[in-house]
Write a protein that binds this ligand. Structure first.
Ligand code: MN
Length: 257
């Protein structure tokens, strides 16, 4: 089995080294990761300049001057000599639950694999700072091991979003299949003065969980479970398609032409 490993925290991050190490027991590992931190990059691609790819031969590591999506995209469209069987992303420094998934570069790297029809998993630790990273890497190994039959069957591409409490493995309660919760709106932007005398703005922190009901990723991780959410990329609000046809009177643009 060949596993492609990427992340959004950059190739130097502790999380990607731990994840790659945990994946090596399943077969061949290739790391293709950004040259610096791209947290919050979402699914952005670099289209206005070329990318450089630096190969570190001993480690099967490729360092890309682009986003997480760029990394997986380049890997799958010409850099790798074969299509990988699995794409994993992370381990991210910080949670990617609920609305975070819309902004996350960690999830985006996995989405890129999924869009190319490859089973893909994003891994994140809830708290920042890498506490219990060894435990998280072990858990990532367990998740992949349990997921192997699905990878081998290759019935349909699967995209999993995994969030892990920063706890020792023996303290974790188990694995829960979840849905995404919701956060409330992000906190206010923080306005400061630059040393040059003009205002600068720091985007505020993510909102607190608003829907953390039982069954959500927020609920599972706050109760000591590893949360596994199957994701899809179809953003269509299927309930509103019929309504939208009425709002816009599909057959006519109207007006006096
Ligand atoms: Mn990150």
């Amino acid at each position: 089995m060949h596993i492609l490993v990427s992340n959004d925290d950059g190739y130097r991050a502790s999380g990607i080294a731990a994840l790659a190490k945990a994946m090596r027991r399943f077969g061949r590992v290739t790391i293709v990761a950004p040259d610096h931190n791209h947290s919050g990059a979402s699914n952005s691609l670099t289209l206005n300049r070329p990318l450089t790819v630096e190969h570190m031969p001993g480690d099967d590591l490729y360092v890309v001057s682009g986003t997480p999506s760029d990394c997986v995209h380049v890997a799958l469209t010409g850099l790798l000599d074969e299509k990988p069987d699995l794409v994993v992303s992370g381990i991210n420094c910080g949670a990617n639950m609920g609305d975070d998934t819309m902004y996350s570069g960690t999830v985006a790297a996995a989405i890129e694999g999924y869009l190319f029809g490859i089973p893909s998993i994003a891994f994140s630790q809830i708290d920042k700072g890498w506490a219990e990273l060894e435990s998280a890497a072990e858990v990532a190994g367990v998740v992949v091991e349990k997921f192997l039959p699905q990878i081998r069957e290759k019935r349909e591409a699967v995209l999993l979003n995994v969030n892990m409490p920063n706890m020792p493995r023996e303290a974790l309660q188990g694995i829960r299949a979840t849905r995404l919760g919701r956060r409330s709106s992000a906190e206010s932007v923080i306005r400061e003065m630059s040393p040059r005398g003009f205002p600068i703005y720091w985007l505020g922190a993510a909102g607190k969980p608003a829907d953390a009901a039982e069954g959500t990723d927020f609920w599972a991780t706050s109760h000591g479970f590893v949360s596994v959410t199957p994701l899809q990329t179809d953003l269509t609000n299927h309930r509103q398609v019929g309504e939208a046809a009425r709002w816009f009177d599909s057959d006519s643009l109207g007006g006096n032409r």
